[in-house]
Design a protein around this ligand. Structure first.
Ligand code: ARG
Length: 457
């Protein structure tokens, strides 16, 4: 019979038992559940609600359970309703009646809210660690490529010259914002709900601050109904993870394009590519495609929780048990994607010559050519039109601006002089974009230093 047997005369139907049970996924929180219970039992004895010896025997029992789970001696019972019931039942099995005192002034409603917050605090730290490592790799690659000129694109059309370092550092900015978002979310996870009990607090003289302190929380929740029914922090974390996945998906998409024969800007290491079962020539970027695909799955987790929560009245409802599979799945997925992308980026070969060739063929110095005329007094709109005509001429004659004779330039505007070649030289075009945040090597090196200081590296 379950722990709530008093009111019932029949066992839960086996099929319903499975349906109702969460142990197959919430067993992940065994450590947090045990730590939470140890703090609870200490607080109960400090407040004189249970005796010191009772608390001691509870703590000893709980530590024994923790040890046995970790060394594989104790297995989770798939028939248990959840991890909380499992551990409590096991405790009573081991220490007898004292075990039954642990749940005084506590409900599974505040217990589960506590456990998931403790679990997520650790997970956020782990995710931040992985993300920092990825940023590190991007910075390293950027440092190797501050002079690697490539076309920058808008509308997937070659637009203006940048460097590969500048491009990679744009992703570093995204990941740094991701870290900031995680730090913000952490603050709202780091609030202790224990003491809210089922929904309405309790008549026992609890010391909520003591318990929160024992467990390393910065604050306690201010309203017991909210304490047990709030899952905002899970939705916030799912949003943060969804945005991280969106960033991973964008770089994955670019890697997929860059390693295609059409671009050939990079080549993936053989150990991070896959072959085809039929086409012997193929080298496929499956890994980045999977990251792009898994982004959809994580958005699904976010929508699961937004939808689960939108119709639940206060306070706890069983619907909320669905939170765990969604957030666990999102965390597993994002960590897996980051730790797989990291070595893939680290080991990829940058085809500098191909990037340079694409930059040379794309008329990406046309703006610089127009700016040249503007500096010499021609209004920008007129200069824009002159260069448009020049580009048209080049396309018709299958050539590029760099290769046009000065006499041809002069046919379009007599303002052109020999210094035009200097003005449209790609290296000069990049290095003159020396505005803060620009692609000039000097600026990108500054960006790199700034990013490193934000990461304390
Ligand atoms: N397994 C439940 C969950 O994950 C724990 C809380 C259950 N509370 C209750 N009153 N049924 O949400």
């Amino acid at each position: 019979m379950p722990m709530w047997e008093g009111r019932f005369s029949k066992k839960l139907d086996e099929r319903t038992n499975d349906f109702n049970s969460s142990i197959k996924f919430d067993h992940r929180m065994y450590k947090q559940d045990i730590k939470g219970s140890i703090a609870h039992s200490k607080m109960l004895s400090k407040q004189g609600i249970i005796k010191e010896e009772e608390s001691k025997s509870i703590i000893e029992g709980l530590n024994g359970i923790l040890e046995d789970i970790e060394n594989g001696k104790l297995e989770f019972d798939p028939n248990a309703e959840d991890i909380h019931m499992f551990i409590e039942a096991e405790l009573t099995k081991r220490i007898g009646d004292n075990g039954k005192k642990l749940h005084t002034a506590r409900s599974r409603n505040d217990q589960v809210a506590l456990d998931i917050r403790m679990y997520l605090k650790e997970e956020v730290e782990e995710l931040k660690k992985n993300l920092k490592k990825l940023i590190h790799t991007f910075i390293k690659k950027a440092e190797e490529n501050t002079h690697t000129i490539m076309p920058g694109y808008t509308h997937m059309q070659r637009a203006q010259p940048v460097t590969f370092a500048h491009h990679l550092m744009a992703y570093v900015q995204m990941f740094l914002r991701d870290l900031e978002r995680l730090n913000e979310t952490y603050k709202r996870i780091d609030v202790c709900p224990i003491g809210s009990c089922a929904l309405a607090g309790t008549t026992y003289p609890l010391d909520r601050e003591f318990e929160a302190n024992e467990l390393g929380f910065s604050k306690i929740t201010d309203n017991s109904l909210d304490g047990v029914s709030d899952r905002d922090f899970i939705i916030e974390l799912l949003s943060d993870i969804s945005i991280i996945m969106m960033h991973l998906s964008r770089i994955s998409e670019e890697i997929i394009l860059w390693c295609s024969w059409e671009f050939k800007f990079i080549e993936l290491d053989d150990s991070f590519s896959t072959g085809s079962s039929i086409m012997p020539q193929k080298k496929n970027p499956d890994i980045t495609e999977l990251i792009r695909g898994k982004t959809g799955r994580v958005y699904g987790d976010l929508f699961t929780m937004l939808t689960v929560m939108k119709g639940t009245p206060l306070a706890y409802n069983k619907d909320m048990q669905e939170d765990k599979e969604a957030i666990f799945d999102a965390l597993d997925t994002v960590n897996l994607c980051i730790t797989t992308l990291d070595p893939l980026v680290e080991t990829m070969t940058v085809k500098k010559d191909n990037m340079r060739k694409a930059a040379a063929e794309g008329f990406i110095n046309a703006t610089d050519c127009a700016d040249y005329l503007t500096v010499k007094g021609i209004p920008f709109r007129d200069a824009y039109k002159i260069v448009g005509n020049l580009v048209k001429y080049c396309i018709e004659n299958n050539t590029i601006l760099e290769n046009l004779d000065i006499s041809i330039y002069k046919n379009f505007s007599d303002v052109f002089d020999k210094d035009i070649y200097d003005a449209i030289d790609l290296v000069n075009c990049v290095n003159r974009r020396n505005v803060l945040g620009g692609p000039a090597a000097e600026q990108v090196i500054k960006q790199i230093e700034l990013a490193k200081s934000k990461l304390n590296i």
